[in-house]
Design a binder for this molecule. Structure first.
Ligand code: MG
Length: 390
């Protein structure tokens, strides 16, 4: 058993959206396929992944270092003890060989994306959905049929007013979602408060509305928003400042008793450990949102979870960034708090399987081998072409 090819391609997201910090007009993502010599239903098994949303494609590092390292390794050195499947832990170690400690972002997205594609192949070779493989390895085999899922939306768009925002939220509630997250910080505080109050009139409960500032605030603005938003007691306030500005985050937490959320822009276990040690966060209410394919992948995420549990954090405080099927499998497999969805945005990279069921704020887990990209028409076409080398 061996990996016969690893291919990657950069694909543009082609989005007109904007948050408080930047627009998505140039955004790309890397799609990866890991092809094996295992044959199922007449075709070689191929694992797929993409590098989630919000970080640009990273093919150069993959082509120059990580793909050649895996393909040069002795194939048996990348297998599990039984020799009947790939071992992601060994493949991660192989990609990390001759890498200097620290400087995580330069490589964590490239490595994590390949690593998650390896897991897709592992689950397909085992003939099981990835969430089940992960539950067996990392969550005592607990079967989960559905997980909480909220909508990340409420972006700023040219010409979009408060009524358009309400229509956007109503449409998501009609689709079966119950909880919405909207952007803040791309307007003035009074304008954003009007947007929040309009959104609350639609979702009808502060528990069902979160806001995301995308780490755009300086000290004065972060503290001003914390004071202005605190009385609303929203589900959470996301990224009020740079996630590594622990001093400011501590001051925001002091002024903001309701839950804070952060972590999607941290890329290593060490950064997350520093965050929960020195960032003023509170394990009894705050939310952590690491993006797994962007931060070295699933094996490293399991180490992060173990570190967090050792410091009193519960798995239901973790809502990983990335409204996609990779995150869905990870949330179900590890038994995390819930996952995000971006229905209708980011083109083929948004959302879940075409037959995914959203009901009362929960999404059903897919019953296909692997991550389940085969059930997501538009995206799978891109992946299949890549696997076939077309
Ligand atoms: Mg965010």
């Amino acid at each position: 058993m061996k990996i016969t090819a690893i291919r990657e391609a950069a694909i543009p997201l082609k989005s007109t959206l904007r948050n408080a910090a930047f627009d998505f007009s140039e955004m790309t993502t890397s799609v990866v396929t890991v092809v094996t010599d295992v044959v199922r239903e007449g075709r070689p098994v191929a694992g797929f992944a993409f590098n989630s949303t919000g970080r640009y494609a990273c093919g150069a590092q993959m082509r120059e270092r990580f793909i050649p390292r895996i393909l040069k390794a002795e194939p048996d050195s990348l297998l599990n003890a039984a020799g009947d499947n790939l071992e992601p832990e060994k493949i991660l170690a192989c990609m990390m060989s001759r890498e200097k400690p620290g400087g995580h972002t330069e490589r964590s997205v490239a490595i994590g994306t390949i690593e998650v594609a390896v897991w897709d192949a592992v689950a397909k070779i085992a003939g099981k959905p990835l969430h089940r493989v992960l539950a067996e390895r990392y969550n005592g085999g607990k079967p989960v049929a559905k997980v909480p899922c909220y909508v990340g939306g409420g972006w700023y768009e040219p010409g979009k007013g408060v009524k358009d925002l309400q229509d956007e939220i109503r449409e998501k509630l009609d689709q079966g979602y119950t909880t919405m997250k909207i952007k803040v910080g791309g307007a003035s505080i009074p304008q954003d408060l009007r947007r929040i109050e309009a959104a609350l009139r639609v979702v009808k409960s502060s528990e069902r509305l979160a806001v995301d500032a995308n780490a755009a605030f300086d000290r004065a603005r972060a503290l001003a928003y914390a004071k202005a938003l605190a009385p609303y007691e929203l589900r959470w306030l996301e990224e009020p400042c740079d996630p590594l500005d622990f001093a400011l985050l501590t001051d925001v937490a002091r002024d903001y008793p309701a839950p804070l959320a952060t972590g999607e822009n941290l890329f290593s276990t060490q950064d997350v450990q520093n965050l929960v040690s020195y960032g003023g966060l509170r394990a009894d209410r705050d939310i952590l949102q690491m993006d797994v394919p962007q931060s070295y992948g699933i094996v490293q995420f399991a180490r992060t979870v173990a570190m967090l549990e050792g410091r009193g954090w519960k798995r239901n405080s973790i809502f990983p960034h990335g409204g996609n099927q990779m995150t869905l499998a990870i949330v179900g497999g590890f038994g995390l708090g819930g996952c995000e969805a971006y229905p209708g945005v980011f083109g083929p990279f948004a959302g879940f399987a075409d037959d995914a069921k959203i009901e009362d704020g929960f999404i059903g887990l897919p019953d296909r081998p692997g991550i389940g990209f085969e059930g997501q028409g538009g995206l799978f076409e891109i992946m299949r072409c890549l696997a076939d080398g077309a």
